[in-house]
Design a protein around this ligand. Sequence first.
Ligand SMILES: *[C@@H]1O[C@H](CO)[C@@H](O)[C@H](O)[C@H]1NC(C)=O
Ligand SMILES: *[C@@H]1O[C@H](CO)[C@@H](O)[C@H](O)[C@H]1NC(C)=O
Ligand SMILES: *[C@@H]1O[C@H](CO)[C@@H](O)[C@H](O)[C@H]1NC(C)=O
Ligand SMILES: *[C@@H]1O[C@H](CO)[C@@H](O)[C@H](O)[C@H]1NC(C)=O
Ligand SMILES: *[C@@H]1O[C@H](CO)[C@@H](O)[C@H](O)[C@H]1NC(C)=O
Ligand SMILES: *[C@@H]1O[C@H](CO)[C@@H](O)[C@H](O)[C@H]1NC(C)=O
Ligand SMILES: *[C@@H]1O[C@H](CO)[C@@H](O)[C@H](O)[C@H]1NC(C)=O
Ligand SMILES: *[C@@H]1O[C@H](CO)[C@@H](O)[C@H](O)[C@H]1NC(C)=O
Ligand SMILES: *[C@@H]1O[C@H](CO)[C@@H](O)[C@H](O)[C@H]1NC(C)=O
Ligand SMILES: *[C@@H]1O[C@H](CO)[C@@H](O)[C@H](O)[C@H]1NC(C)=O
Ligand SMILES: *[C@@H]1O[C@H](CO)[C@@H](O)[C@H](O)[C@H]1NC(C)=O
Ligand SMILES: *[C@@H]1O[C@H](CO)[C@@H](O)[C@H](O)[C@H]1NC(C)=O
Length: 814
Amino acid sequence: MKHSCSERRMVTIIWSLCLIFCLSRSVLVISSPAQHLCFPDQRDALLEFKNEFYVQESDPNMMPGDKKTEMWRNNTDCCYWDGVGCDSVTLNVVELDLIGCYLNGPLRSNSSLFRLQHLQTLYLAHNNLSGTLPDSIGNLKYLRVLHLVSCNLFGKIPSSLGSLSYLTDLILSDNDFTNERPNSMGNLNRLTDFQLVLLNLSSLTSIYLGSNKFQGMLPSNMSSLSNLVHFDISGNSFSGTIPSSLFMIPSLFGLYLQRNDFSGPLEIGNISSLSNLQQLYIGDNNFSGPIPVSISKLVNLQYLDLSLWNTGMGMVDFSIFLHLKSLSYLDLSGINLKNSSTLSLPSAMKEFILSSCNISEFPMFLENQTTLLSLDISANQIEGQVPEWLWRLPGLRFVNIAQNSFSGELTMLPNSIYYFIASDNQFSGEMPRLICELDHLQILVLSNNNFSGSIPRCSKNFNTIAILHLRNNSLSGVIPEETISANLRSLDVGLNQLSGLPKSLINCTSLEFLNVEDNRINDTFPSWLRSLPDLQILVLRSNEFYGPISSSGGSMSFPKLRIFDISENRFTGVLPSDYFAGWSAMSSVVVEIFDSMFGFRVAGSTRDPYHNVVVLTNKGLDMELVGSGFTIYKTIDVSGNRLEGDIPESIGILKELIVLNMSNNAFTGHIPPSLSNLSNLQSLDLSKNRLSGSIPPELGKLTFLARMNFSYNRLEGPIPQATQIQTQNSSSFAENPGLCGAPLQKRCGGEEEEATKQEQDEDEEKEEEDKVFSWIAAAIGYVPGLFCGLAIGHILTSYKRDWFMRIFSAFLLR
Ligand SMILES: *[C@@H]1O[C@H](CO)[C@@H](O)[C@H](O)[C@H]1NC(C)=O
Ligand SMILES: *[C@@H]1O[C@H](CO)[C@@H](O)[C@H](O)[C@H]1NC(C)=O
Ligand SMILES: *[C@@H]1O[C@H](CO)[C@@H](O)[C@H](O)[C@H]1NC(C)=O
Ligand SMILES: *[C@@H]1O[C@H](CO)[C@@H](O)[C@H](O)[C@H]1NC(C)=O
Ligand SMILES: *[C@@H]1O[C@H](CO)[C@@H](O)[C@H](O)[C@H]1NC(C)=O
Ligand SMILES: *[C@@H]1O[C@H](CO)[C@@H](O)[C@H](O)[C@H]1NC(C)=O
Ligand SMILES: *[C@@H]1O[C@H](CO)[C@@H](O)[C@H](O)[C@H]1NC(C)=O
Ligand SMILES: *[C@@H]1O[C@H](CO)[C@@H](O)[C@H](O)[C@H]1NC(C)=O
Ligand SMILES: *[C@@H]1O[C@H](CO)[C@@H](O)[C@H](O)[C@H]1NC(C)=O
Ligand SMILES: *[C@@H]1O[C@H](CO)[C@@H](O)[C@H](O)[C@H]1NC(C)=O
Ligand SMILES: *[C@@H]1O[C@H](CO)[C@@H](O)[C@H](O)[C@H]1NC(C)=O
Ligand SMILES: *[C@@H]1O[C@H](CO)[C@@H](O)[C@H](O)[C@H]1NC(C)=O
């Protein structure tokens, strides 16, 4: 298994799944089935436990499993219930495995679970136990394994845990657990409850507390944890120094302390016998000064993550690594190596990460690193050609050379390559035709270079590629149908001079992202993309698309679409009022993420060498979306076309919409009051249309609505008095001859006229609300399908979401 610091969380789950298999599937297997009959009190406890939760699979972050508890029936032998394991001799229930069983509800201190006194292994990971972990957990005194990853738990770890003297595996990652604040002045030497719990559990071999909200210091003397093998507290806010006693635990194999606030000095201490430590992740902390020579004492290290160590402008002395003969993974990203002596490592490297290291020369020693699998030298200042020897390394799979100043033509790529990321350089010439010959290529990112000519036409065998990003080059001609692999998940060819949208995209059933903005595509609206079940982002902006955007076959259902931008084209026609009825992703809170990409391993560091920012310009509202903001961003932009007729009523069901831009078209009729259902809306632009009637006062309810523009229409009557509306600049209402009242200068006319007008409007609104209601009903029909779609890809979701979004959105945006 190879690890990058970014994949630690995935390793956690893989490891814990292994554990489930090792323990539950082999050790506790029931040997002679016919003879078991569980104890009635234990059976009843299980049945009552089952009833403490409601089973509902609404949370996309839950790992999908079976609804095991629903199959439990009274008057059957509970030892045969799915998820229940009995000891073959004592017949006691000793194991409960309900990982991802869609349990919702708190684990109360009087839960029947705590009557299962003989439990040894408890797996409840990936359920929604939203609440605290009750003190009664201490009643389960034979507990060996406690696995509560991603359970939506918060609060303190109960001190009763400290008395579970058989506990070997404490796995609480990815919750919101906290601990008491760091000791206040008076009692600096007093151990906190949290520390006492930890130190008392001397049987522990595995501690996984990553991605919680722990803070404070680790106990300085951790030698009581004498059996410790894995210690993972990554992604918390621990501070202070790393206790050297930790390094002295002879059994210690993996230490995962990355993404905390630890600071120096790093003392490894006097290691008498050989250290067994093979994996040390201390990147993304607050270490400064020189990298300590003492690391060289950890002679068995294979994986070392020192990223973002602040060495200032000082040199990094590579002789530190001379003794680390087994080192195969090294992450030095974010460390300034500008002044360091010639880079060189004695061991056979497999993964080498030097992202953002301020280096200006290609690390030449790699020439003889024939085992190299993965190289990331992105975000440096390397100029010139990529040395040819790089492509002769026999096992090279993942290469990230983005954000440098590489130039020249790209003529070679080895057949071993899986990912090649070379965006933000100055490569020129034609795109290498040989990409068609590569058997494993899955990610090709060449955005922001000077490639010209056409995209090579590959054969049908070119079918491995999943991410193809060629944005912002000078590519022309058509996008060849043959080059569009059916496995494509993301295609970005924006900002080129391409002229055709390949129909073969219809066979890309996994496509999630399609961006062809700013090209010369002269074609009709690709309504056939509707059949792509996972399409989330569709950007056709600034092309020469023409014709209607609705098809005769009823509503245009894009169930997962979150970003729809067809602005600045020549689209025409009327949108039927149910146009948006099937756009479930924009009408529900389900947060889709690009989870189907999880199969990929990205050569690169966890941090963000890319500029991971989407800037979506919305006529005056520039929104910057970083990281997870991108996942929830939902927008519709149809501006700059020639669409006409009414604004579809069904717009009102897109409750999650954040930006709506319909400006610069030929829409007529009234502004639908159903817009006031868009309670998350932050920007609304309806300017430059032919809208008539009044501005619905209900829009004043939209408390997040920061920008709105109604200018250049035929609106009339008083501008509603709501604060949100009144704080707009008067230009937002300009050029509507009939509009009056603040913030416009123009005063409204006679009161009487006003009143009747408002009554009329109210009547109309009622009618329109009724219409909206029926569209809501129509939309509900689409929702179950959406939930069914939340399938296997979610397994690792909660582990990798934040990492993944950073890496993946980086790809999306190149
Ligand atoms: C299960 O059935 C037994 C009798 O068959 C009954 O005594 C017991 O209360 C039942 N348990 C539950 C939880 O319904
Ligand atoms: C988790 O459970 C809590 C309370 O039981 C509930 O409010 C919340 O909606 C649940 N979360 C999901 C995603 O189902
Ligand atoms: C457990 O406690 C809750 C309140 O905390 C109470 O509502 C519930 O009835 C109790 N259940 C049992 C079985 O005592
Ligand atoms: C430590 O463990 C022992 C049993 O092994 C227990 O009696 C004691 O209460 C525990 N102390 C703490 C602080 O948890
Ligand atoms: C650390 O704690 C152990 C007991 O857990 C004790 O034997 C040892 O002396 C302590 N070491 C130091 C340096 O305090
Ligand atoms: C480490 O061990 C050496 C000799 O074994 C001794 O001289 C030195 O004082 C020890 N250092 C510490 C910090 O214990
Ligand atoms: C990081 O370390 C510096 C001193 O080197 C300190 O001033 C700063 O507060 C630390 N930051 C955090 C977040 O602990
Ligand atoms: C690092 O190099 C720069 C110029 O290349 C030089 O000015 C600076 O003194 C050097 N710093 C050290 C610590 O060597
Ligand atoms: C890179 O080096 C230059 C000069 O040697 C220095 O000014 C700059 O701050 C360095 N950048 C980083 C990220 O360390
Ligand atoms: C790589 O090995 C070859 C032959 O052993 C040697 O000639 C060459 O100098 C080495 N290159 C580097 C950069 O060490
Ligand atoms: C889609 O795939 C099928 C089967 O491979 C093929 O026959 C068809 O021509 C493809 N469609 C397009 C538009 O390429
Ligand atoms: C689009 O193509 C048609 C013919 O296929 C042509 O008549 C029309 O002028 C083209 N539009 C633009 C904007 O180039």
